[in-house]
Design a protein around this ligand. Structure first.
Ligand SMILES: N[C@@H](CCC(=O)N[C@@H](CS)C(=O)NCC(=O)O)C(=O)O
Length: 212
């Protein structure tokens, strides 16, 4: 039994869709970040960084960081085929994309959504948002070029959880001047991922009525 602490349309989208795909029993506990619930004393005991998602497994063990949760679930439930096996030719590229998405693209998006985490002052925050938006748009253009050559999935012909991660990050660009889905090959990846029943069930459960 797993417990996933989540907030609508947040980084939990990836592990949430994975739990649907895997088909194991799990419960969801909502921590609404728009209401600041991630800073409640009870949640801070579970995740001292005041972020979602957090996964609780094996009767009380705690894991946070989306990539760690995603790799943990994929490796624990290999039969779901959400990650290439360690000796697969796709494995190095898969690891590259997981790291790139979480360490590089997600950071640019977080700077756009939460400039106040990085810098004080409305003017400087606005400058940071502008820069972050340019960076994120450039990174999605780069992913688009990669997908044009080597898609339709990030690792080629096979879907892995890095594709959930990329589509989740694309969702976060919906209010930007150049949303990720404006890139044709990223758009194709989004459409492919949307067809996956687990992803669709996650969107419904999180109340995301207008996915990108
Ligand atoms: N590196 C963390 C970042 C998680 C993160 O920043 N989550 C956001 C929601 S997408 C959050 O909890 N924000 C709350 C806040 O900024 O106070 C991960 O990937 O799990």
């Amino acid at each position: 039994m797993y417990t996933l602490y989540w907030s609508p349309a947040s980084a939990n989208m990836t592990p949430h869709a994975m739990l649907e795909d895997i088909g194991v029993p799990y419960e969801l506990i909502k921590v609404d970040t728009s209401k600041g619930e991630q800073r409640s004393p009870d949640y801070l005991k579970i995740n001292p960084h005041a972020r979602v998602p957090t996964l609780v497994y094996d009767g009380g063990k705690i894991l946070y960081e989306t990539t760690a949760i995603a790799l943990f679930l994929a490796e624990r439930h290999r039969e779901a085929g959400l990650a290439p096996k360690t000796d697969s030719a796709d494995r190095p590229l898969f690891l590259q994309w997981m790291a790139y998405l979480t360490n590089t693209l997600q950071i640019a998006l977080m700077h756009w959504w939460h400039p106040e985490h990085v810098i004080d002052g409305a003017d400087r925050q606005a400058e940071l948002k502008t820069k972050a938006e340019q960076q994120a748009a450039g990174m999605f253009r780069f992913l688009d070029q990669h997908l044009a050559k080597s898609g339709p999935y990030l690792c080629g012909q096979t879907f892995y959880v890095c594709d959930y991660y990329a589509v989740m990050l694309a969702q976060w660009t919906e209010f930007m001047a150049t949303p990720a889905h404006a890139n044709p090959h990223v758009n194709k990846l989004i459409r492919l991922v949307m067809q996956r029943p687990g992803y669709a069930r996650m969107l419904k459960a999180e109340g995301i009525e207008q996915p990108v």
